[in-house]
Design a protein around this ligand. Structure first.
Ligand SMILES: Cc1ncc(COP(=O)(O)O)c(C=O)c1O
Length: 379
């Protein structure tokens, strides 16, 4: 608590968001408790259909978290031992640990230097006769280059799972992410753009058979109790989380617009500061700013400076996936993934959340500017 008192600008403020919805949130939670609809039931079904509708897809299969959503999708797509799946070198480890868990082999591809999404020029060079699929990640909230990815997938008959954990409602050429791939995974981790009050996740797809298989896998291999067609796992969305998510979902469009406004404010507030590189949005894509990621050559000193002024920052992610001890078996070298390797030591995520005030925004911008003052640059 003591530390919190010193924080001028937190990285996110989930309690502030709760306060904006308190009466509805409290009523929803009380409703679940009164009806004891803790597992499956009406709250889960309601959220599944609402989430499918907002994304413009016919099927939504909820599950326990975003990591499981990737695993379930790959199991349902029939990944076999030795199957290769191409994924970006810079992401959260869920994107790739689930490939291994599903029985496949992770094949890393470098990221684009500026959008941080998978480098589509390189994807094709990674394809072998064992390749079965590609997992583009719409990292930080900006869509990957889906036209290029879907063209490569069609040419080589590969499936595509879009990892939308950070990109709810982002669009590519006017179309929502999650509607391009064979399936798309979402996380509702509390700090995500649509966050539960605990772990939660979902997979969306236009393929009815795939949806049925994913639903079975998430529920011990059967859609009704005692009817186990296959072996599955236990990965269910709680009724309480579903009720919370249904209260929040109608606000997602406005929260997204607010994040975009804050990003525009940052662009103004941080303009002209030497050494700072602002996020770059590729043409025809909307960035929904789950994270506002700037770059600076002295990233660690900048983060330290901001911390001293009570501004919380995060590094998403300080070590790109191929260089983590978890993947030492591949013995990857930095030259294989130059963009991911360079970016990992430059990126810094600044606070951004819909409830962020104008004062908080200028406090961050001023603090960044004060770092770039001549005294610090020569230091
Ligand atoms: C890109 C990405 N994929 C997958 C996940 C996994 O989501 P969860 O934390 O809900 O398991 C996350 C969450 O941090 C993520 O950022």
């Amino acid at each position: 608590m003591k530390d919190n008192l010193k924080v001028a600008v937190p990285f996110a403020d989930l309690y502030a968001q709760y306060l904006t919805l308190k009466p509805d949130m409290d009523a929803a939670v009380a409703g679940v408790i009164q009806s004891s609809a803790f597992i499956r039931g009406p709250y889960v079904q309601k959220f599944e259909s609402e989430f499918a509708a907002i994304n413009g897809v016919p099927h939504c299969v909820s599950c326990a978290n975003g990591t499981d959503s990737l695993y379930i999708a790959m199991r349902a797509l029939g990944v076999q031992p030795g199957d290769e799946v191409i994924a970006p070198a810079h992401s959260w480890i869920s994107t790739t640990e689930t490939i291994t868990q599903a029985g496949g082999k992770v094949v890393f591809c470098d990221t684009d230097a500026d959008t941080f999404t998978i480098d589509t020029q390189q994807v094709e060079t990674k394809i072998t006769p064992r390749t079965v699929g590609i997992i583009p990640v719409h990292l930080f909230g900006q869509p990957a280059d889906m036209d290029a990815i879907m063209a490569i997938a069609a040419k080589h008959k590969l499936w595509v799972i879009e990892d939308c954990a950070q990109a709810h409602l982002a669009t590519y050429r006017g179309r929502r992410v999650g509607t391009f791939g064979t399936a798309a995974s979402f996380s509702f981790y509390p700090g995500k753009k649509l966050g539960a009050m605990g772990d939660a996740g979902a997979i969306v797809t236009a393929d009815a058979n795939l949806a049925e298989r994913m639903g079975m896998l998430a529920r011990h291999g059967g859609l009704s109790k005692g009817d186990h067609q296959i072996e599955g796992i236990n990965s269910r969305l709680d009724g309480l989380q579903a009720a919370v998510l249904s209260v929040k979902l109608p606000h997602l469009v406005a929260w997204t617009a607010r994040r975009q406004q804050l990003a525009a404010d940052y662009a103004k507030g941080l303009s002209g500061i030497a050494g700072i590189r602002l996020p770059i949005v590729a043409p025809d894509r909307t960035h929904v700013y789950h994270l506002y990621v700037i770059r600076h050559e002295q990233r660690d000193s900048l983060a330290h400076h901001l911390r001293g002024l009570g501004i919380q920052t995060v590094i998403n992610y300080p070590v790109a996936l191929p260089f983590l001890p978890a993947y030492s078996r591949f013995a990857h070298r930095s030259e294989e993934f130059p963009n991911a390797h360079t970016n990992q030591s430059r990126i810094l995520s600044l606070p951004i959340f819909p409830e962020m005030t104008a004062d908080q925004m200028s406090a961050v911008a001023d603090a960044v500017r004060s770092f770039a003052a001549p005294a610090n640059i020569s230091a």
